[in-house]
Design a protein around this ligand. Structure first.
Ligand SMILES: [Zn+2]
Length: 183
């Protein structure tokens, strides 16, 4: 989703596209506590970093400001990239809100105004489960968009990992679905 947002702005550099893409994933760094929690689940004093902090530390306005500030510092096209980063970040929160109900039925309300206030806990009663069909449809649609963009414009999300892999991928796509010859 973040990459689709990033690709919507043709003038972004590869690095700027990566920033916008990462902004759509970065709220979930607060879920990394799952490693500590799993490792210590049978310990005498288990850590509950995942249960306590997932959807808390990274899913709020304060963290959005931190991420946007980093984008503003490192991007060349500062205003455009910062706005896209904020948009990408909030799309993540929106997606969590509408379609990320946990297997145990937990809604994971989003304390959006942290660290300024804990009064707001965003949740939506119509929220569907993380593995429900709308998410499959959205994922399928986004993959289709990615393939079309990659074929058309000559780069894919693989560009964030390896230019070589990216070039091979685009080449394979264009071999299978050739671009129309331009006269
Ligand atoms: Zn999330």
């Amino acid at each position: 989703m973040g990459w689709a947002v990033a690709s919507s702005a043709p003038s972004l550099s590869k690095r700027e596209r990566a920033m916008v893409t990462w902004a759509s994933v970065v709220p979930d760094v607060d879920g990394l506590g799952i490693i500590a929690e799993r490792l210590t689940q049978n310990a005498r004093h288990p850590l509950t970093w995942w249960s306590d902090y997932h959807h808390v530390l990274g899913h709020n306005l304060g963290f959005a400001i931190v991420v946007a500030t980093l984008a503003a510092i490192f991007a060349k096209q500062k205003i455009k990239v910062t706005l896209l980063v904020l948009f990408s970040f909030h799309l993540h929160l929106l997606a969590d809100l509408v379609g990320a109900r946990g297997p145990d039925g937990d809604q994971w309300p989003i304390p959006y105004l942290l660290p300024f206030s804990n009064q707001v806990q965003l949740a939506w009663s119509g929220q569907w489960a993380l593995n429900a069909w709308p998410n499959m449809v959205i994922t399928g649609g986004l993959i289709a968009i990615m393939l079309i963009c990659a074929r058309q414009r000559g780069f894919s999300p693989l560009e964030m990992l390896s230019s070589k892999a990216d070039a091979l991928f685009v080449h394979a796509l264009r071999t299978r679905f050739p671009l129309k010859a331009t006269k």
